[in-house]
Design a protein around this ligand. Structure first.
Ligand SMILES: [Zn+2]
Length: 143
């Protein structure tokens, strides 16, 4: 899969988000061929075994577990608050920093260890008029 997998007019906000024409958006990791450790983002060496690759791109699960979160009450001008940021652990051993959506920004509405799933949304338009697509995590309905 390549960068060209993004449909014309849509661009991922981060290089590790894939927007395939024929499947669900997903994150990708880089897997060490020597030990199997998986990382988010480009790697030149493995921090677990020292392997130097080449690293293979692997699709990451769209579901994970909320490891930690914080409710943000103060942000840049124009950014609505409060909102929830978190770190989600994926089954591949990757932790993802993200915004958590579709949840009330109250401690009693969020719990550590809750199952979450990835979703995407258009966060802005770039100067060329493309939709810039961001990823978010949200609670798994009914879980
Ligand atoms: Zn390794």
């Amino acid at each position: 899969m390549t960068e060209a997998s993004a449909a014309p007019g849509r661009r991922p906000i981060v290089p590790f988000l894939r927007l395939p024409d024929d499947g669900e958006p997903h994150l990708v990791g880089q897997r060490c061929p020597a030990c199997g450790a998986t990382y988010l983002g480009h790697r030149i060496a493995c921090s677990k075994c020292g392997g130097r690759g080449p690293f293979a791109e692997v699709p990451l699960s769209r579901r994970g577990t909320l490891w930690v979160y914080s409710i943000v009450h103060q942000s840049f001008p124009g950014v609505p608050v409060p909102y929830v940021v978190g770190v989600v652990d994926l089954p591949e051993g990757v932790s993802v920093r993200c915004n958590l959506i579709d949840v009330e920004p109250r401690p009693d509405a969020i719990r550590f260890g809750m199952p979450v799933e990835m979703t995407t949304g258009v966060s802005q338009q770039d100067k060329q008029g493309n939709d810039v697509v961001a990823f978010y995590f949200r609670p798994v309905p009914g879980a």
